[in-house]
Design a protein. Structure first.
Length: 135
């Protein structure tokens, strides 16, 4: 992995954490997300161990961005538009489908899939933009 790729992957992870903060905040979709999970803000706060949750999330975003960058290299996607297309296809083909299956099997609402799936769509598109610009 080149230094440029490492920097792009690192920037993607930081951006994802930032988007997550706003996406799930009361200013955007936080209330809908809590309602969809049928939990209160206090219940979620009790369940989340910040260092573990955010640390593992950051590592997962690094892995996600790195994996997307490798796919883009394999298919020779070197522009922002191509990065967004690959990001969309990965989201649609892997993330959205998996989330939908899990929600159905776990008895969760499809509204939760829309909230979480929308977040992941944004992440994949932004990662595609960053990685495509950095290629």
């Amino acid at each position: 992995m080149t230094l440029e790729t490492f920097l792009a992957v690192f920037v993607c992870a930081i951006i994802a954490m930032t988007i997550s903060y706003f996406w799930y905040s009361p200013f955007l979709l936080g209330k809908m997300w809590l309602d969809s999970m049928e939990k209160t803000e206090e219940e979620v706060r009790k369940d989340i161990k910040p260092i573990k949750t955010y640390g593992i999330s950051f590592i997962a975003y690094l892995i996600l961005a790195y994996s997307l960058s490798r796919i883009m290299i394999y298919v020779n996607a070197t522009t922002v538009t191509e990065g967004m297309r690959i990001g969309f296809l990965c989201w649609f083909g892997f993330t959205l489908t998996t989330m939908t299956i899990n929600a159905l099997l776990e008895g969760k609402s499809l509204r939760l899939v829309l909230v979480d799936g929308g977040y992941h769509l944004i992440i994949f598109l932004v990662f595609g933009i960053v990685l495509g610009a950095w290629q």
